[in-house]
Each structure stands twice: as structure tokens, then as C-alpha cells.
Design a protein around this ligand. Structure first.
Ligand code: 3H9
Length: 709
């Protein structure tokens, strides 16, 4: 509720005979209950006031309206509802005009669609992104949009959730006019006056005829096409098929019946666990960017960047930086390696041009920002360096010795290591306060996750600089502490171990992969091994062997494959068999025989597991280790783990990440399962003390998110 002395979130002012209704509800004018109430009162006031001939709705600040207030979902609904506000706007006997700048998304666009006329100014973005929150447009959007622009474009908007720029909104028929200037109020007023002068009158969108004009057959085939592509591309998601169903109703039913069905489907989506998972992900991905150092310190300016190493990772990082408009200097040890590094970078851009995703001019402009050198001295003036050389401590330390020698004071020195001890690397330099981890994921120009690994002696301004860089590179930053594997790879290791145990105990790698794909991962764990290269994990296992706790069960199946040189896709064999050039493999009976032989060797009598058991075990392993990661302060909060796994490891976003998923399962249930598994293997399945503690006090992971934000 708005306190009585705070300014109203919806204000009204009469400009001649046009009532301007302005929504001023920072940060994005979301349609909370006060806004809905204010809009309703404004429309009623306009109806009752003879001095008002037309209504103009505008948004204050940077946006028109960003949609329903997402924070209200899951709470008890308060009146008036958004659909009723939209219906009241549409039923106004005086023309209502929406003048749109910035975002008009979801319920925001639905308000505009309920108005009789829509004007947009340049920079406006219109869309119905509810699908990304596990919802469908629930305030008439599924019924008004097809009537206004036709079934096919309406389905495209709702199923993709994309933001349509002002110009396209006009060409689609979503908006009536593009303002000549950016002055949204002035343009809106001029349009309203013009409409009044021409006696244009009201024009309810429910009576719009695009759907009728499109023809029943075309509409039907749009529905069928959408249904097919949804089943193929949005597998496992709940709300897309509901969207198709609602648009189908727009074809078949009178408007009010269609609205009633939309409401019913909206509530089903609202109550689905997918909505809870996706809304959690929406807020969590904004929360991760707010690490304590970003509030406590100012970032150092970064205008130039060095990248050491021109392999796949170094080149990908260079492209990510070039794409952000910054210049890159790449260092390699000799001319040949440098030429290879440069050609890696060029190849990425050539691929983009070939796919039509980039123009040749843009490619040339990006490459013009790229220089290379075989001498570290070329880094003397850069503001930040990212080392991406071979994953070996001695090699890394040698690079940092050179950086320490040549870089200017105040330059940020970052390592892209995936598991090495960054405190140790920092300690070998004379400036540990400048050393930080920037862990990119491959391909670095595509993957959004950036783990910002914070060693003990780094300065807070260096951490703030890393977060600022992530923003510039359009990455999703997650703050992590130093440990073997940081957040993501540490959890991946446990996930793999639990999968290996299942495999040795009787599940085939193919069943495990299948079960995890059904859970929502794009690939199963063994497909991932084959894609990344089995040799990488093998090297890590050998490295860890001397320090491995003797109580830890060790499954050797993957080692047997690696000993045969079966490293996955790149060698044509791994857990799967690959035809030359193929990226999808087929199950390999020889692998199954090796698995069988290993079970014998280990003295295991195999048993069968259901897909559900497989998922339960792998998830319990990840949740349990994730709890330890939070407990040790490696992750700031559970939500940081969620975002790392969603953006870096293919965890299904609609499940909200492993910690949110644990809360949805019920943390006491997770604990019961861990305790059961502990009977089998007391070392691996020991419940995290954090889970034990939270369950004992009736709390769950979400309480730690709330406490930290
Ligand atoms: C809907 O409308 C359902 C209806 O069909 C039916 C109902 C019956 N609510 O992203 P930013 C917060 S579903 C509450 O960093 P930007 C956000 O958390 C809705 N809060 O800024 C952040 O808070 P904080 C459909 C919201 O400039 C702050 O605003 N609409 C909402 O990069 C700034 O956000 C959508 O899905 C909201 N709706 O981007 C649109 N939106 O400062 C969702 C934002 O505490 N929003 N916040 O971290 C967006 O896409 C972007 O926020 C937007 C601005 C493009 C608008």
C-alpha cells in the first residue's frame, strides 16, 4: 500500500480537454495493486467529467509499463484485477490513447491493447514476455493480440517473448503511429487532439478484424505450426502449449468466453512449479550482480584489455571483449601460435557472417580493434589482462611473473583458471590485491556465465571492476570463493561422481543421460563428457589421485575408455560411438561390455534403477554439495548457485536452479533421502550440516537468499 503522504503512483492532469494519466511507480511502473486502482479511478473520473474528451495514458521515467508486478505472483490476489482494469479501459466511451516509450511489456502492453489507439516513439519495445516467466498474457493479451494483428504474428510474440522495436510494432499493426520525436507526452497529446478533431471516437480492440481478415484456414495452420514447433523447441515447458490453446480460443469463441478461458489457463500457469522456478530465476539473475564489493567500492576504468593465450578459450574471450566494443591485445609465445590465435578469432566472426548474424562491415570493425604480439611488453598500458593459457600451475605462474613485470600499476590481472588456487597465483606476484579470477565458459563469446573468483587478498575495487566488466560483456556474473572447481565445476564433479556410482551399480550411461534429459537438461552427463573431451576429466582425476580421500569410492569406467584413447566426439568414440563428422552419438555395445567388466572387477552385483531414482540421486548429490558451497562461503547465497548452474551447466531454468528445486521438493524430504543414501555410502552421502541445521529450525534455502539481499 502507498503511504498516505507519498506521491500517488497514478496522477491525473487535464491538458485542455485531454486527461493525461501518468504512471509513476519506479523502477519500471509495474502494475501493482496501487497502480491498478489508480488507473481504474482515472478512467472512472474521465467518464464522469464533462471537461474530459479523451484520455492519454503515459509512463513516467524510462518506461511505459514493464508488466504485472512480478513480486505479487504467488501472493493472495488483490482487487481490482488487471483484466478488469483492461476491460474498463476498453469500455470507456471517451477515446483512450496509450503513448508508449521504453518498455511496454506483458500487462503493460495489455493495457495499451485495451486502449483505443497506440502511439510509439523510437526506442520503445513492445512484447508479451510472460512465457519466460512460465505464464501467458493474462489480461486479454491472448484474445486482443490475434484480433489486432492476426494469429501467426500474435503467436510469434507470445511464444518467443521477444521485444518488438517501435518501427516493427507499427508495421505489425500493434501500434497505430510512430511519433516524429522522442517527446512522448507531446506526441501523445498531439495525436489525441488529432483524433478528437477528426471525431475518430472509441475503437475497442475486441472488435478488431485482423483475425477475420486472415481467414480461418490461415489461422488454423498458424495454430498447428505453433503447436508443432512448441513441442519440438520448448520441450518440457508448461505455458507455451497453454498459449496456443488460448489463441485457438480467440479463433473459435466469442471474446468474453475467450477471456474466461485465458483466465483459467493463466491461473493454471500461475500455480505451476515452473512459474515459481522461472520467477525465481528472473530475480536471482538480477540479484547476483549485486555483490557486496559493487556497493562498497568504485570500479577502476577499463578501456583496453589484454588476453594471454590464443587457444579456443583465449580466442573466445577476445571475441567477447571485441563484441563489447573494447580493443584487445592478444599475447602468444611465437608468431605461429599468434597467427593461430588470430585465425581462431577470425573464424568465429566468419561463422557469424556466414549465418547472417553479422555484417562484413561489423566483422571488419571488430577485427580492427584486435592486435597481437609475441612480447608481453605490448601489455604495458592495458587496464586489464585475462590470462587463458594451459591449465597448469607452473605455466600460469610464469605468465603472472611476466604480467607483474610489464603491467602498469593499477592494472587488473585476471586468470581464467577453472580450478587452480588463485590465492597461490596471486601470492607469486608483487601485487596480490590486483589479482582475480574471471572464469569464462566455452564458447566464451556465447556462454553467459562468468564466475568472478575472489581470492583472499584482492582489493574490493578490483572485484567491482570485474562486475562492471561482466556488465559490459553482457555476461551474468556470479561471485565465487576460491576452492577446487569454484562453484560450478565443484558441483559438476559431484554430479559426475554420483552418475558414475549409478553406472557401476547398474544403470547404463544411456539411461542416465536419458533420465537427465527428461528432467530438462539439454544433454545428459555422459554426452557432456563426450562433447568436452574425456581427456580433460581424466587429467583432473589423475591430478587429484594423490590427495583423494581413501574413504571415497572411485569408479574407473571412464579411465578404461580414456586408456583406449576414446575421448568423445573428437576421437569418434567415447561413451557413445560417432560416425565421422556426426555430433550425435549412438550407444556403443563395447562400452556396455566395459561397464559390465568393471562392475565385475569391483564386485558389484548390478541392479536396476528407475529414471526417477536416477534424477533423485543426481539432484540430491548436487543439492548437498551446493549446501556445502554456501556454508563455506564459496557462494554468497543459494541463488548464486542457482544462476551458476542455469547459465553455465544447462540446469533447466524452469526448475529455478538446484537450491530452488530443493526448496520446492521440501528440504526435509531431501534430508530424508540423503540419510537413506548415507546407509549405502556414509562418506559420499553425508548430509551437509547446513541442510541439517535449516531443517532443524524449519527453514529452507530461500531464507538465506532473503537474509542476504
Ligand atoms: C505479466 O505482465 C502478466 C500479465 O500478462 C497478466 C497479469 C494478470 N515487476 O531488469 P532491470 C524490477 S508478467 C516487478 O534490472 P532494465 C527488477 O527486478 C510480467 N519488478 O532493468 C529490478 O529490481 P531491482 C511481464 C520488476 O532496465 C528493477 O525492476 N513483464 C518488474 O535492465 C529494474 O529491472 C516482464 O516480464 C516487474 N514486472 O530492464 C518484463 N520488471 O532494482 C520484466 C522489472 O530491485 N522486466 N522489475 O533489482 C524486464 O524485462 C526488464 O526489467 C525491463 C527493464 C526491460 C523492463
Amino acid at each position: 500500500m502507498t503511504a498516505s503522504n507519498s506521491p500517488p503512483v497514478v496522477s491525473r492532469s487535464l491538458h485542455g480537454n485531454v486527461l493525461v494519466v501518468s504512471i509513476d511507480h519506479p523502477p519500471v511502473n509495474a502494475l501493482g495493486v496501487d497502480v491498478r486502482r489508480g488507473l481504474l479511478e482515472a478512467i472512472d473520473a474521465a467518464q464522469a467529467d464533462a471537461a474530459v474528451a479523451a484520455v492519454l495514458i503515459v509512463g513516467a521515467g524510462r518506461n511505459f509499463i514493464a508488466g504485472a508486478d512480478i513480486r505479487e505472483f504467488g501472493k493472495s490476489p488483490q482487487q481490482p484485477s488487471l483484466p478488469s482494469v483492461c476491460n474498463r479501459i476498453e469500455a470507456s466511451t471517451k477515446p483512450v490513447v496509450a503513448a508508449i516509450h521504453g518498455a511496454a511489456l506483458g500487462g503493460g502492453l495489455e493495457i495499451a491493447l485495451a486502449a483505443h489507439y497506440r502511439l510509439v516513439v523510437r526506442g520503445a519495445k513492445l512484447g508479451l514476455p510472460e512465457v519466460q516467466l512460465g505464464l501467458l498474457p493474462g489480461a486479454g493479451g491472448t484474445q486482443r493480440t490475434p484480433r489486432l494483428i492476426g494469429a501467426a504474428p500474435a503467436l510469434d510474440l507470445m511464444l518467443s517473448g521477444r521485444h518488438v522495436p517501435a518501427e516493427e510494432a507499427v508495421s505489425l499493426g500493434l501500434a497505430d503511429r510512430l511519433g516524429a520525436t522522442d517527446d512522448v507526452l507531446g506526441e501523445g497529446l498531439a495525436y489525441a487532439r488529432e483524433l478528437l478533431a477528426s471525431h475518430a471516437g472509441v475503437r475497442p480492440t475486441r472488435a478488431a478484424t485482423a483475425l477475420a481478415n486472415e481467414g480461418a484456414e490461415a489461422s488454423r495452420s498458424a495454430i498447428e505450426a505453433a503447436r508443432k514447433s512448441t513441442a519440438a523447441r520448448q520441450r518440457g515447458l508448461f505455458s507455451p502449449l497453454k498459449i496456443v490453446e488460448a489463441v485457438e480460443a480467440a479463433l473459435a469463441m466469442p471474446f468474453d468466453e475467450g477471456l474466461a478461458l485465458e483466465r483459467k489457463l493463466f491461473v493454471e500457469c500461475l500455480e505451476s512449479p515452473q512459474r515459481a522456478g522461472l520467477v525465481h530465476a528472473f530475480f536471482a539473475e538480477r540479484e547476483v550482480a549485486k555483490a557486496p564489493e559493487t556497493k562498497a567500492a568504485r570500479p577502476r576504468p577499463v578501456a583496453t584489455i589484454g588476453v594471454v593465450g590464443g587457444g579456443t578459450m583465449g580466442a573466445g574471450i577476445a571475441v567477447a571483449v571485441l563484441d563489447a566494443g573494447l580493443p584487445v591485445t592478444m599475447i602468444e609465445r611465437d608468431d605461429e601460435a599468434l597467427a593461430r590465435g588470430r585465425s581462431h578469432v577470425e573464424r568465429v566472426y566468419e561463422g557469424l557472417v556466414a549465418k547472417g548474424r553479422m555484417s562484413s562491415d561489423a566483422k571488419a570493425a571488430a577485427l580492427a580493434r584486435f592486435t597481437g604480439s609475441t612480447s608481453y611488453d605490448a601489455l604495458a598500458n592495458v587496464d586489464l589482462v585475462i590470462e587463458a593459457v594451459f591449465e597448469d600451475m607452473a605455466v600460469k605462474k610464469a605468465v603472472f611473473a611476466e604480467l607483474d613485470r610489464v603491467c602498469k600499476p593499477g592494472a587488473v590481472l585476471a586468470t581464467n583458471t577453472s580450478y587452480l588456487d588463485i590465492d597461490d597465483i596471486a601470492a607469486t606476484t608483487s601485487r596480490p590485491a590486483d589479482v582475480i579470477g574471471l572464469h569464462f565458459f566455452s564458447p566464451a563469446n556465447v556462454m553467459r556465465l562468468l564466475e568472478i573468483v575472489v581470492p583472499g587478498r584482492v582489493g574490493p575495487d578490483v572485484v567491482a571492476t570485474a562486475f562492471e566488466l561482466a556488465k559490459q560483456l553482457r555476461k551474468v556474473p556470479v561471485r565465487a570463493g576460491v576452492c577446487d572447481g569454484f562453484i560450478g565445476n565443484r558441483l559438476l564433479a559431484v554430479y559426475r561422481t554420483a552418475a558414475d556410482y549409478l553406472m557401476e551399480d547398474g544403470a547404463s550411461p544411456y539411461q542416465i543421460d536419458h533420465a537427465m534429459r527428461e528432467f530438462g537438461y539439454p544433454m545428459g552427463p555422459y554426452q557432456v563428457v563426450d562433447l568436452a573431451g574425456g581427456d580433460i576429466g581424466w587429467a583432473a582425476r589423475k591430478r587429484r589421485a594423490p590427495t583423494r580421500d581413501p574413504r571415497m569410492r572411485y569408479v574407473q569406467i571412464a579411465d578404461r575408455l580414456c586408456e583406449r584413447g576414446w575421448f568423445g566426439q573428437k576421437t569418434g568414440r567415447g561413451f557413445y560411438h560417432y560416425e565421422p563428422g556426426a555430433r550425435t552419438g549412438t550407444p556403443d555395445p563395447e562400452v556396455e561390455a566395459i561397464v559390465e567388466a568393471e562392475r565385475l572387477r569391483a564386485g558389484v552385483s548390478p541392479r536396476s534403477f528407475t529414471d526417477e531414482e536416477i534424477v533423485r540421486r543426481l539432484m540430491c548429490a548436487v543439492i548437498n554439495e551446493a549446501a556445502n558451497v554456501v556454508r563455506e562461503g564459496i557462494a554468497l547465497r543459494p541463488l548464486d548457485v542457482d544462476i551458476a548452474l542455469i547459465y553455465g551447466y544447462g540446469f533447466p531454468r524452469y526448475r529455478g536452479g538446484p537450491m530452488k528445486y530443493a526448496d520446492m521438493l521440501g528440504l526435509p524430504n531431501v534430508l530424508v533421502e540423503l540419510e537413506r543414501l548415507q546407509q549405502e555410502d556414509p562418506f559420499f552421502w553425508r548430509p551437509s550440516p547446513l541442510i541439517v541445521e535449516l531443517v532443524a529450525r524449519g527453514a529452507d534455502f530461500s531464507s538465506l537468499n532473503a537474509a542476504a539481499s
